[in-house]
Design a protein around this ligand. Structure first.
Ligand SMILES: Cc1cc2nc3c(=O)[nH]c(=O)nc-3n(C[C@H](O)[C@H](O)[C@H](O)COP(=O)(O)OP(=O)(O)OC[C@H]3O[C@@H](n4cnc5c(N)ncnc54)[C@H](O)[C@@H]3O)c2cc1C
Length: 426
């Protein structure tokens, strides 16, 4: 589905990760984790810390999926605003969701605990594409402050120059609780911590299916593994893993939307583009998101494709979006271009839950850099017997996409194209 990471800035600047063995014969353990992205790695590590014996299966290398391809933007919360959550789910659930998804920064805690070197920087700016967007942002910031005591800076248009060297935006919200990081190096840090905690990470090892039951069995390339629990953390690839009776058919809950990133060559004027070194995401439906790397490249994501085929020239595809925001670097040299699949749910909230002894978490809808670590850790907590916090996420509503196997993607695409068109019309 996604192309290799060869041309990714992250792949090119990744710390050393020793190749892990393949599965060689049948095994037994307490927990099998399928998928070596943030969700799977965080879950595996947290399970091992609780004394479970854990085998993690990754069909390629760890961080092969979205976790190794994303914009590195750490944005507190979920795709819904806190006021939307409160409106739909009531004050009690809003409190619980706020506590977990805004207040807790498990990524920062992991980085500190394991001393992970991944260029962590504080500061996230949500930039308003229209003045109506800015009004809505300001109202939400006021609500967050009054309701939860959550502080962020409302930046009116004249003040935007302190954060961004672009005249496009109508204001924004600067949040020091957000920030950015180098995603592959974070994943490698989690992977090393997991190995040190005793997790068996097996690479080039595709899981084919799960026979669930009291002791589920995972069949995989190289053997079968019997376990007490299984964690499905394969995100955009969930539909490729069969379950004995076809349920819960997790693949029906997401569609993969391809999204592309570029990294320029290091820029002499980088600090004039983003003077406060914040990560920026704008308020368009097909959003632009960008930030500086530690070596002063602009990493820019923009434009979505509803076809799975990547553009022949990723740099040429993304450059116009970058040039619209930063005309001063319209012709900058682009060193890397890469893409990945964002697993999007119907309502843009993650789909998390359990069915018997099989847990799952996927569909973070482009907002997974922070919440995936939380989800993985809460699965381990639930497995160890305390499900209260896991249930806060597991109780989020979810619906499969309509249309069955063949129509699901075209129908979802039509809906997304409609909103993309609205963006263009302003
Ligand atoms: C281009 C892009 C930009 C993004 N930008 C941001 C951002 O700036 N901020 C943000 O918050 N979120 C962003 N996201 C979303 C975020 O990256 C994801 O939500 C998050 O990484 C999902 O992590 P995961 O571990 O659940 O899934 P993944 O990282 O996709 O991991 C799934 C893993 O499972 C493995 N796998 C699949 N099938 C099998 C199988 N059968 N057997 C064994 N292994 C299997 C895959 O190889 C993969 O490594 C972005 C996503 C993309 C694609």
């Amino acid at each position: 589905m996604s192309e290799p990471l060869t041309y990714s800035y992250y792949g090119g600047s990744a710390h050393r990760w020793p190749p892990q063995p393949r599965l060689d014969g049948d095994r037994y353990c307490d927990v099998v984790v399928i998928g070596g992205g943030f969700t799977g790695l965080a879950a595996a590590l947290a399970c091992a810390e609780r004394g479970f014996s854990v085998i993690l299966l990754e069909k390629e290398k760890i961080a092969f999926g979205a976790s190794g391809r994303n914009g590195g933007q750490l944005i507190p919360g979920l795709r819904w605003t806190a006021s939307e959550l409160e409106k739909d789910f009531g004050p009690e659930r809003a409190d619980a969701l706020f506590e977990l998804c805004w207040r807790q920064n498990r990524v920062k805690a992991r980085i500190q605990k394991h001393n992970i070197d991944c260029d962590l920087k504080a500061g996230h700016l949500e930039a308003a594409w229209t003045s109506a967007d800015f009004d809505a942002m300001r109202r939400e910031a006021e609500y967050l402050s009054a309701r939860f005591g959550y502080q962020s800076d409302v930046v009116a248009k004249p003040g935007m120059g302190a954060h961004i060297g672009s005249k496009l935006y109508h204001g924004g919200i600067y949040d020091l609780q957000g920030g950015h990081f180098h995603p592959i190096n974070y994943a490698i840090g989690l992977g090393k911590a997991a190995l040190a905690a005793g997790v068996n990470i097996l690479e080039d090892c595709r899981a084919f299916g799960v026979e669930d039951g009291v002791q589920p069995v995972v069949s995989a390339l190289g053997g079968a593994i019997r376990a007490s629990h299984v964690i499905l953390a394969a995100d955009s690839w969930m539909s490729e893993i069969w379950m004995r009776d076809g349920e819960p058919r997790l693949g029906r809950y997401t569609v993969p939307i391809m999204n592309y990133n570029i990294a320029t060559a290091p820029l002499a004027n980088a600090d004039t583009l983003l003077p406060s070194d914040a990560a920026v995401a704008d308020s368009r439906f097909v959003l632009n998101y960008f930030r500086l790397s530690a070596d002063k490249r602009l990493i820019f994501g923009g434009g979505e494709r509803y076809s799975q085929t990547p553009p022949r020239d990723i740099a040429a595809f993304v450059r116009p979006f970058m040039a619209q925001v930063f005309p001063q670097i319209a012709d900058a040299k682009i060193d890397y271009g890469w893409g990945g699949a964002v697993a999007v749910t119907m309502n843009r909230l993650p789909h998390i839950g359990r069915r018997g002894n099989v847990f799952y978490a996927h569909g973070f809808s482009g907002h997974g850099a922070l919440v995936t670590t939380l989800a993985g850790e809460l699965i381990a907590e639930a497995m160890a017997g305390t499900a209260e916090r896991f249930d806060v996420l597991a109780n989020l509503p979810s619906k499969p996409f309509p249309g069955g196997k063949w129509l699901r993607r075209p129908l979802a695409t039509l809906g997304l194209l409609y909103y993309a068109m609205k963006d263009k019309l302003g």
